[in-house]
Design a binder for this molecule. Sequence first.
Ligand code: C2E
Ligand code: CA
Ligand code: CA
Length: 717
Amino acid sequence: MIALYCIVVPHRLERKAMAAQSPRADASAWCRPLLEGTQLSMLVCDPVSQEILDANDATLALLGFTRDRLLGMHLPELYARDADDADALRPETCRLHSHVRHIAGARGEIHHAILQRCAIEYGGRDAVLVVLQDVTRHVEAEVQLRDTQNELLRAQALALIGNWIWDAASDSHVTSSPEGYRIMGFRPDETPVTTAEIYARIHPDDRPMAERARERALLDPDYKYDIEFRLIRPDGEVRWLHSVAEVRRDATGRVVKMLGLVQDVTERRRAEENVRRLAYYDTVTGLPNMNRFENEVDDRLVPLRRGAGRGRGPARLACLIVDLVRFRDVNYALTHLYGDVLLALVADRLAAVVGQAGVVARCDARFPIVLDGADEDEARRWAQHIHRALEAPFAVAGISYEIGARVGIALAPLQGLDFHTLLRKADIALYQAAHLGRNVAVYAAEDDPHTPDRLSLIGDFRAAIEAGQIQLFCQPKVTMVGREIVGAEALVRWVHPEKGCIGPETFMPLIESTDLIHVLTQHMLASAVAQSEAWRAQGVRLPIAVNLSARDIAALSLSEHLRELLERHGSCAGLIGLEMTESSLMQNPAESIAELERLSAMGFRLYIDDFGTGYSSLSYLSRLPVDVIKIDHGFTMQMIEDRRAASIVKSTVHLAHDLGMSVVAEGVSNARIWDALQALGCDEAQGYFVAAPMPAALLLDWARASPYRLQDEPVCA
Ligand code: C2E
Ligand code: CA
Ligand code: CA
């Protein structure tokens, strides 16, 4: 770049005033050596015609003209695109005038030049000395800089980034990019803004954090200012901003300013929030999912593990699982879409009940809950609140549904200090509740089938069948009016050489979760056929009903298996009953109905077991070719004290009779229950009041000694 020199040559008109300080001289004489000795391009022009009278070598070199060519040209002829500026050359105005001009060189190239002019006397006449300063490279660099700046601003705007500078002296924030203000919701005419004005816009929840970060950045030179916070724009819109900054200090360490970048990261935060929601929340109910629930429980267990809550936080918690009893019914009847609606309604009620006392999550048709600080009594009270909250019917698709719920409870630290143990125990408690026909149960180790001891028992199960330890016990069923023994239920017992007589509650849950259940069912069916044949040989008609599990109905081709079995024993279907629960049929409703139809056609008596505890769907029930409904002992045994249980028993009796089925009440354990059932018109009774389950071989002896009559008509044709 050509440096700028300032050459001041006084004009003749000013000479008088300046005479005292400066000697008078004709420029043509002293100018020549100056013209030739400098790197600056200089021209001498006629002030009126603008004719170029003289030029130095530097000018010729710059513009590429020969001296002959240039002298005699007029200055405006050099201008590439500017208007004539004759005025600028007039002696009275030209002094110290400087203009930027585009000058065309001999090869047509354009020079950006600053033209400085001053009036001189040249060869005895008035003239103007024009100093030509080539600033082409400077201008190009500036244009490039401006372009770069514009691009930067555009890029910042695209990336929603703005920069800001806080000046310590004035406590004002300025930004060099409009985007910076836009991001913070300020109009350009509102700027600069003070720190207080900015902080007033930060979300109150984030403000203390932002203030702390700023204070630290100003105090601690090693601190990295890098924060994210919410900013509330004047129109109320909340945006997430990410701000990083650097503090500049002077030589004494005093803070001079802070330079920062601010970026609008709302979209990123929203995407993250979405991912977080999908990862940790259930989309149907909005409740935490199991991942999140595990974290919540784990967080609460940490202090308990450290010292069971010594001083810090509650010393215990309760883990509950709420299982919706009739949920599948709605799901099957109304499709999953409405099932989801129901789940969301249940979720709302549960969340409202639990409130701040803990966390409710969702997993299928179950709602695990953690309750802070709850012991057994409190957990049971919460279970009651939950039952009450779910009592009122739910309106789904214009129909009102009643949903039953069962609650399993496990307690920490008493029953475990890790999430999986607690959840498993709450699950087992749930199973125990279902088994006992109750709607709440707290985990009890003695009823847990999954203890190592029991698991090893399962390993011995096949061998136990071979060894004859898995035995057929029978419990008689009698008619309530005629007091006639009309059949028996086959109940399994493991007669263990060391452990004694083991009931099904110890091993059935595990057996049912493996294919061993088929082995057991086949064994029980074969034993039942053999036993009833043995009685028939003694002239006694005593059909035996065998319990089927859900997996049997799905996996065994029962009708085929039973046909072979009967053939082998020369027996008939009338001697065998089959008991199954509604829920076991619901696992594969269409196929179950088809299989039941085959079995019914073959002459087997079909029972719905544990009626009232499962997913009762009246429309489904009426389509089943079932002969008998068995009222669950949970209702029977409570019917004297509990009016609700009594009314369920009563309506089940009516319903069964309306559908042309007969009713057996299980769990008839005393005379009061017997009388009450008889008054309701129940057909048959089974329970300890009649007889406890006994080894099948002892049943006839019992029957003969009992007040009940044995049937003697043959059943097989
Ligand atoms: P379940 O089918 O409901 O059988 C009736 C249960 O009620 C039997 O329990 C019986 O002993 C009990 N019970 C009968 N009368 C009374 C009474 O008056 N009071 C009380 N408190 N209980 C009474 P058990 O034998 O322990 O069987 C439990 C469950 O195990 C059965 O419930 C059945 O679901 C299952 N189970 C038993 N044997 C078999 C089997 O061979 N195969 C299958 N798949 N399940 C079986
Ligand atoms: Ca049964
Ligand atoms: Ca039952």
